[in-house]
Design a protein around this ligand. Structure first.
Ligand SMILES: Cc1cc2nc3c(=O)[nH]c(=O)nc-3n(C[C@H](O)[C@H](O)[C@H](O)COP(=O)(O)O)c2cc1C
Length: 284
């Protein structure tokens, strides 16, 4: 088996063993019973935050959106939309809304995925109906799940094409301003953005280890047996990864708890409920 660091630079040549080793930061995973290119793409995932100044080939956006539209969608409602942004001035503004994340400006393509109930509202209006169910949390959740499933299909497709991407949850930092800039109608909400482009090989990212499987995989019934030592082991695996990447070392457990400890940890997004109401999502 190749070392993890070799994998960090040559994912396309990595074996199942390499990829599982990198994904779990150790050799605790058994080799899989089957393996193919799709699985290699999935297990090779890493976010890309540095892009080459190179445009995507003609037709790439449409291919990625076809992959996104191929995802399952609740009751076939297709309650999502996407805004493709390539205009540098508009990307700059979006980057500013997202805490000045430079990769938004650098990526040749920026997709904003919307939970979009407005199309259903317009279809209802054409039938003389004012829809009521679109006001409910359940329907909003349907739209958010639809948008996420579509986006993740897009990510798998673009990674299969040798492109890189990173989600931008910070689109929710200033949702009203994002909505105004993109001309969103009421009941359309930017759930997250997605930077897309060719990864800069000089600043290549690596496969980031995930939690040990027993922490997320429960058999028959939920169990927390062994959770504390598993999380402690993950802290160590992630520290090793951070060290190899020249990143500041930090325990995942400490970082994750910081992110949930109080409303302030949401860094302004604790106002999201009120903002959604203003964007015509009362979430009853
Ligand atoms: C919904 C969502 C929002 C995210 N928002 C951001 C973001 O605003 N900026 C960023 O640099 N990364 C963002 N990320 C990327 C995560 O930090 C990244 O996926 C995670 O650290 C795991 O790393 P990996 O994707 O390289 O495996 C986001 C990921 C998701 C799924």
């Amino acid at each position: 088996m190749n070392s993890t660091s070799a994998l960090e630079h040559a994912p396309e040549t990595a074996s199942a063993g390499d990829l599982l080793h990198a994904r779990y930061g150790n050799d605790k995973m058994e080799l899989p019973p089957a393996w193919n290119e799709t699985l290699a793409v999935l297990l090779s995932h890493r976010s890309t935050r540095a892009y080459l100044p190179k445009l995507l080939p003609e037709g790439t956006l449409e291919l990625i959106v076809a992959a996104a539209q191929s995802a399952s969608t609740s009751s076939n409602l297709q309650a999502w939309s996407v805004v493709a942004v390539t205009d540098p001035a508009r990307k700059k503004k979006l980057a500013e809304f997202a805490g000045n994340q430079k990769h938004i400006e650098e990526a040749p393509l920026f997709l904003v995925f919307l939970a979009d109930l407005s199309r259903l509202g317009r279809a209802a209006a054409r039938q003389g109906i004012t829809p009521e169910a679109t006001d409910f949390l359940e329907t909003f959740l349907i739209a958010v799940v639809d948008a996420a499933l579509a986006a993740q299909n897009a990510v798998v497709a673009l990674e299969a094409l040798g492109l890189g991407s990173v989600y931008i949850g910070a689109m929710r930092n200033r949702p009203e301003e994002v909505a105004a800039l993109l001309g969103l109608p009421p009941q359309a909400f930017a759930v997250f953005g997605l930077c897309i482009g060719y990864p800069d090989p000089a600043k290549a990212s690596a496969v980031k280890p995930r939690l040990p499987q027993p922490s997320v995989l429960h058999r028959e019934r939920y169990s927390i047996d062994g959770e504390a030592p598993a999380l402690a082991a993950y802290d160590q695996d992630l520290r090793q990864f951070q060290k190899r990447q020249g990143m500041p070392e930090a325990d995942w457990t400490q970082f994750a708890v910081e992110r949930v400890k109080d409303a302030a940890a949401l860094r302004g997004r604790d106002r999201l409920g009120a903002i959604l109401a203003a964007l015509s999502f009362p979430l009853r």
